[in-house]
Design a protein around this ligand. Structure first.
Ligand SMILES: Cc1ncc(C[n+]2csc(CCOP(=O)(O)OP(=O)(O)O)c2C)c(N)n1
Ligand code: SF4
Ligand SMILES: [Mg+2]
Length: 299
């Protein structure tokens, strides 16, 4: 069981010098995941920024890596699972897939694998946009964020947070499901351990910083992503047996403005927009703290 960083292997299973942008949170999330998953892992990736890591012959990956269409990473993982079974081989499968491919285009494939109970860990590295194709909005993009397809800012549909609650949707499949952040690595690693031990799809929605598309200096990546959690914009929780529990629950949350102000995608926000986001976070957290946000009978 992982209690501290000392429990992790020293070896990185991604070598230095990769084609991702400086300060890319997606790559960091994969590097950390492989510390828990180990060498006998097959990474399954759908088209997105992390596909750059598979470019033959200069791949930095030290484990197997399969890139497939954006729609069907979990279906491919299911095929691999059955093939390994037939061959009598024991290997872990890690789907490492972007938010566009998870929340939108490949959702049917993920939902199907979860419903079938196929064994795999699924990490959605969530940079909250279609990053690789030039920053189009996805259903993970927060309201008001400027993207190339929402130049005046993404319209809010009622709730100013306006993101799809994917970890809750996956939790409703009766699987292990959690949110995580690269700025809280121990929390993430412990959740990975649980997802790996779970018989079926173990799902993690990992918020990762994307300096290129969010518009801030690469050196500030961890600071920005930490503020997402400390302001309550990205709550850390897990859903087990249909019950949701916060894994980060500070007495006081920081004002949301601290997270919003350093990023170009939110530069155009007016005071009243920030106020609306703050009110939405306050309401959501009131529900979390009174235990009424999302509860269902045990499965
Ligand atoms: C069916 C289909 N539509 C569009 C594309 C083009 N495409 C390649 S990568 C990508 C972005 C995927 O976004 P996301 O899953 O969030 O990963 P990110 O690029 O942000 O890492 C898109 C739209 C594709 N490969 N397949
Ligand atoms: S665009 Fe964002 S997610 Fe993609 S490689 Fe660059 S920093 Fe990473
Ligand atoms: Mg993305």
């Amino acid at each position: 069981m992982i209690k501290s960083f000392k429990d992790l292997p020293l070896e990185n299973l991604i070598s230095g010098g990769t084609p991702t942008c400086p300060g890319c949170g997606g790559e960091l999330g994969l590097k950390l995941a492989l510390k828990v998953m180990g060498k006998d892992t097959i990474v399954v990736n759908a088209s997105g920024c992390m596909t750059l890591l598979s470019n033959y012959p200069t791949t930095p990956m030290k484990v197997s890596f399969i890139h497939n269409a954006i729609e069907n990473a979990p279906a491919t993982a299911t095929g691999i699972m059955h093939a390994l079974d037939k061959l009598g081989r024991k290997m872990d499968i890690l789907c490492y897939v972007g938010d566009g491919a998870t929340y939108d285009i490949g959702f049917q494939s993920l939902s199907g694998a979860a419903a079938r109970g196929d064994n795999m860990v699924y990490v959605c590295y969530n940079n909250s946009c279609y990053g690789n194709t030039g920053n189009q909005w996805s259903t993970a993009t927060p309201a008001f964020a400027k993207t190339t397809t929402t130049p005046p800012g993404k319209k809010s549909r009622g709730n100013p947070l306006s993101r799809k609650d994917m970890a809750k949707i996956m939790g409703a499949h009766g699987i292990y499901s959690a949110t995580a952040s690269t700025a809280f690595p121990l929390d993430y690693l412990k959740k990975l351990e649980k997802a790996r031990a779970f018989k079926g799809v173990g799902f993690i929605d990992l918020l990762v910083n994307c300096p290129t598309n969010w518009g801030f200096s690469a050196a500030k990546g961890i600071e920005v992503i930490r503020l997402a959690v400390q302001t309550g914009i990205w709550p850390l929780y897990e859903v087990e047996n249909g019950k949701l529990e916060l894994t980060y629950n500070p007495k006081v949350l920081l004002p949301v403005e601290k997270f919003l102000k350093g990023q170009d995608r939110f530069k155009h926000l007016k005071k009243r927009d920030i106020q609306r986001i703050q009110e939405a976070v306050n309401t959501e957290w009131k529900q979390y703290r009174t235990g009424h946000y999302w509860e269902s009978d045990e499965y």
